[in-house]
Design a protein around this ligand. Sequence first.
Ligand code: GAF
Length: 382
Amino acid sequence: MTEAIDLFHRTFPEAIGAQAFSAPGRVNLIGEHTDYNNGLVLPFAIDARTHVVVARNELRTVRVVSAQRPDEIRTIAVDRIDPETAGSDWSAYVFGVLWAFADSGREVGGIDLAISSTVPVGAGLSSSAALECAVGLAVSTVFGHDLSLDQIARLAQRAENDYVGMPCGLMDQMASATCEQGNVLFFDVGADTCENIPFDPESDGLSVLVIDTRAHHSLADGEYAKRRASCEQAAATLGIESLRDITFDGLDAALARLDDALLRRRVRHIVTENRRVERVVEQLRHAGAIAIGPDLTASHVSLRDDFEVSCLELDVAVDAALTAGALGARMTGGGFGGSVVALVPHSAKDRVSSQVLAAFAARSLTAPVIRTVTPAQGARRD
Ligand code: GAF
């Protein structure tokens, strides 16, 4: 936060009345690629955050600077923010949020912003949602809209879908905006309900490790959109609104009605993944985190074999973590690179870390970054 405050005052020395906001990255415990199928997800916020310091200006212009590139101020006139001319760099996530406010009939004006972040970019930990939600809360507050965090999440998703051009679901923005410390967020997208479920692996003698493989594949490169299109095609073929409408017991009958083997695999992942989320939620309620490992690992196998969104680095990390004593491990986020989440007994933590590092070194892969994470607070005014 101090970095963003200093950057703001250095860059915009004439500004008065600056305010600070932040929003976190997220790890998804389970429920992958289910959000845009009206399904179930179970993310939690992590204590890596994007900080934004803002003040209104009288120039009817948006000016934004980032600690990563402190000498470049990105500027755009408020009335010229238009998806047709949106660039593809980080400032699009900021301008896109202002566009989403304006496009939904909410008045915005000139604003100066300074940004700094500890959410790693390209690690599958939702750095873009953290930026959008921090900016969304800031814009809502300084222009007097006082939207709920849920509304901010939806505007942030709108920015990403329609301004940046990434057809994501709502999970990441909902997690970054609304998660609560000490809880996972059970978000049923189709029913549009959110429930906080206490998640305290430490009390079960467990840690959650996030292994950032540093294989940074962009979700905007088309594979994510292809997965989404396949799911929509399967739903259309089956004559249903979304794959959420297929129950676990109805899976075999649905698969029998699909000729295309690829679509069958995609559908099987979504339906079994929703089932795994339900089971993990039940386990967290009744048996604690100690019981959820097998479903985490089964989720990875399904994402690897049926949804085909894993990659060598993710598989190596999962396999090494399990061999070294993790109770469960899976890729988290969109895939094609990014991070693995592993549930690890305290006694095996050092062994898991060193064996994952050794497995990467043995294959001459870039060394991963391994962090312990705990469920943190969503977007807030600081
Ligand atoms: C990305 C998307 F942004 C999310 O909406 C979600 O679909 C996820 O991939 C996969 O579960 O993070």
